[in-house]
Design a protein around this ligand. Sequence first.
Ligand SMILES: C[S@@+](CC[C@H](N)C(=O)[O-])C[C@H]1O[C@@H](n2cnc3c(N)ncnc32)[C@H](O)[C@@H]1O
Length: 281
Amino acid sequence: MRRFSAEYLEHTRRGMWDDGRDALADLRLPSRERVLDVGCGTGELTRVLAAEASGGESGSDASVVGVDADRDLLAVAREESDDRIGYLAGDATRLPVADGAVDLAVCQALLINLPDPTAAVRELGRVSSDLVAAVEPDNADVRVASTVVAEERLEREAREAYVDGVGTDVALGDRVREAFEAAGVTDLRTRRYVHEKRTEPPYDEPALRSAARKASGAGLADHRAELVAATSEAAYDDLRGRWREMGREVVDAIDAGEYERVEYVPFDVTVGRVRDASERR
Ligand SMILES: C[S@@+](CC[C@H](N)C(=O)[O-])C[C@H]1O[C@@H](n2cnc3c(N)ncnc32)[C@H](O)[C@@H]1O
């Protein structure tokens, strides 16, 4: 299983869903009674689901539960959440939840990390009596605009190699519909949400840390295995040298108060209905 640090998730999700929540409209959160967030990590989406599903049409709060296979991330999720949200350890392909136990089973950035996304969608469909949803990024369609010109070029080069070398479909985006159809989920709808991550003065602590990681090459080294798989040891070393040089330019630009960067990460929100929902109700 691919593992993630709490720091990575907090960094990449910062500001996500602060706006643009209309992309979640097809999840019909105000009318949900029991929601399951699978592969919830530190609970970044789980807390959004709980906020949107609270005091809805039924007038009472929905029950919201997050499931993840990584107990370290679940410990952080529990610390960050209030006691309206429950967390459970479990595998996305064998959920510790009864058939039809929830009326919405959802995941965010889970399927891109699994070798068989259809098997996981089938499992979401098994535990839901009504809706199934996936919020999956298209990492091939990420764009970066930066005042450090080399950053745009190098990030594209590294991203293309990563997408080739990673071994699962991290550019899944709205092609997740194929997995939904194969799993027997119908009435599909997809809306796109673009998460914009801005770095500009005054720089906060995460921005300074991210610049330091560029200059040391640490951020790139996290993906060394995938980059080498897509290219070669020599090509990776060459990229890392150019990457660190770019990182030093970023640090200098920050020192001068002249650095600005925007990253646009597209997430496709796909929602469908389990085929035999009416029979189960
Ligand atoms: C990219 S993170 C996304 C976390 C969270 N949904 C979010 O968007 O912030 C992927 C998550 O899926 C979890 N995961 C990966 N494979 C899993 C599996 N087979 N069963 C349960 N969780 C899994 C990881 O532990 C991680 O928390």
